[in-house]
Structure formats: C-alpha cells, structure tokens
Write a protein that binds this ligand. Structure first.
Ligand SMILES: C[S@@+](CC[C@H](N)C(=O)[O-])C[C@H]1O[C@@H](n2cnc3c(N)ncnc32)[C@H](O)[C@@H]1O
Length: 284
C-alpha cells in the first residue's frame, strides 16, 4: 500500500464486479449494489462503453475469479449462519457491498468491515456520495494489518471474541508480508469452534508452467505500478499443512478445475477462471 493512500486495486476489483453485473449472463455473483458503489462516473463509463478495461484478453478471467471468490465466500457464510455464526468480519473489505444488502434480519448477523484506514475513509465518503445508508449491524474497524493486530482492531470495534465468527479475506493475502498474514490466520484459528475463514491466494511462481509465467509477470507488473506489489505466494499443499498445524480442523482448497466445475459449468459464453490463484476455506 502507498502510505496513507487508499487502495487502487480495491477500486479496480469493484469495477470488475460491476462489469460482471452488466456483461455476464448468467451472473455467478449477483450484487445489486455493485454498480452504485463505484460512483456515478465509473458506472456510466462501464455502461456507455468508454471504460475499455474489460476488453483486454485477461479481463474475463480476472472478472470471473472476482465473482467466484465473492460468491463462494457468501455461500460459505450462509452455511456458517445456519450453524449459528452471528459475526461476519470482512478483512480488507475494499468496496465489498455485503453489509449494505445483508439478507439476515436486523440483529441476526453483525458485520465488521476491517480495512486499511485510507481505503475505509474513501469508501465511507463514496457511500455517502451515492446515498447508500449505513446499516445498524455494521461496524467499521480501521486496521493496517502490518502495524496493528486484528485482535486489537476488532476489540475496539466491539467484536465478541467469545463467540464464533466467519471471516472473508478476498484479494488481500498477496499484498501482505507472510508474517502479517500468519498473525491474522493464527488469531482466526484461535476463535471458538465453528469459526471459518475464506481467502484467496496466489500460487508460488516456482510452481507455474511456462505458459502461466508471462501472465503472472504481466499482472504483477500492473499491481506493482499501482504501488501495491504482490509479496506472498503459497504452495497449496504446504499452506494446507500449515493451516492444520495452527489449529484449523477442516481445510478445503479449490483450484481452477474445482471453481469452474462448481460455478461456470455449461455456460455458453465460456466464462471461467484461470489457474494462477486459488480459494481456501479453513474452519476451526
Ligand atoms: C484488491 S483489494 C480487495 C478488496 C475487497 N476484499 C474486494 O474483494 O473487493 C485489496 C484490499 O486490501 C486492503 N489492504 C491491503 N493491504 C492492507 C493492509 N496492510 N492492511 C489492511 N488492509 C490492507 C486494501 O485496502 C484493499 O481494500
């Protein structure tokens, strides 16, 4: 992150989710607020075709991955709520809109949006600009994962650590140091039984094929130019082992084959995810 600056990649991801609402049928992730949250100007640019960012070769794969990870997180959240979870923590929330379309009755699911302080301030200004009201069940927790522990940030926000919680952490782990990331995962692993985290992560460049490597290099160059370089990558098998070692009892890792089979089967537009990133769910 650029010190004190909001996340440019958060905005890009939000625009891709908005584009998914307009371009892809059927939608994998239905978000009725996705266009509104990006602001009038960006929404009109997508609608009138002056935003050309979705016409690149890689764009449909990235858009598909962003739709799939949000869909999976909310599918898993629904299962967590069924088993009694009443707290949802959105880590590195960016322009995630769940809190503003929370389908559960008031008081049934408290939502905590945790984010880099400058990104969160930017989102709050945008919410006001586009007239999206702040729901009673939402609490903001400004936290820089590299400078402050999640435990501290959540305690100040009124999170109850004695109750189970569901955490999503989408599009964030690759931007953190391995140390900052593991501190957060250890905190979640120590949460009460039934707690869960869903996150996506980038695979180690050493595991990539010669065909994957130039795609990875192109994407890495782009985020680094925005001041948000990727820092942490994983070998899926080692990550699963590590998650079990720090206390997660149930771990599920999904690569492109599993994600495409689950969410992109039988489409006529060919939309599907690529294979550079994966989605993990780990339950206490
Ligand atoms: C690519 S965006 C993803 C946003 C959101 N999860 C989504 O899927 O739309 C990355 C997010 O990570 C947050 N982030 C990056 N580094 C962070 C840090 N050190 N502490 C807290 N948040 C951080 C950014 O502020 C941004 O909201």
């Amino acid at each position: 992150m650029k010190e004190g600056q909001p996340s440019a990649t958060a905005r890009r991801v939000a625009i891709r989710r908005a584009a998914h609402q307009l371009l892809d049928k059927p939608k994998v992730f239905d978000d009725p607020l996705a266009l509104r949250i990006i602001g009038h100007e960006s929404a009109s640019a997508l609608q009138n075709g002056s935003d050309q960012s979705e016409s690149t070769r890689l764009a449909p794969y990235l858009r598909a991955f962003m739709a799939a990870r949000s869909r999976y997180a909310e599918d898993e959240l629904a299962l967590a709520v069924e088993r009694g979870v009443r707290q949802y923590v959105i880590l590195g929330a960016g322009f995630d809109t769940f809190a503003y379309r929370n389908p559960y009755p008031e008081g049934a699911l408290r939502v905590f949006e945790v984010d880099y302080p400058a990104t969160q301030a930017w989102k709050r200004a945008l919410l006001e600009e586009v007239d999206i009201p702040l729901p009673a069940d939402l609490t903001f927790a400004p936290v820089d994962f590299e400078k402050r522990t999640l435990a501290d940030g959540l305690r100040d926000a009124g999170f109850d650590p004695s109750l189970s919680a569901f955490f999503s952490w989408l599009g964030v782990t690759m931007y953190l140091t391995a140390e900052g990331l593991m501190t957060t995962l250890r905190f979640i692993a120590s949460a009460p039984i039934g707690s869960e985290v869903v996150f996506d992560y980038a695979i180690s460049p050493s595991l990539m094929s010669p065909a994957q490597r130039p795609i990875f290099d192109e994407m890495a160059k782009r985020v680094a130019a925005e001041g948000e370089p990727w820092k942490t990558f994983f070998d899926p098998a080692e990550l699963m082992k590590e998650l079990r070692a720090i206390g997660f009892g149930h771990v599920e890792d999904m690569g492109s084959e599993e994600i495409n089979a689950r969410y992109f089967k039988d489409r006529i537009d060919g939309l599907r995810v690529g294979s550079l990133a994966r989605i993990m769910s780990a339950r206490v």
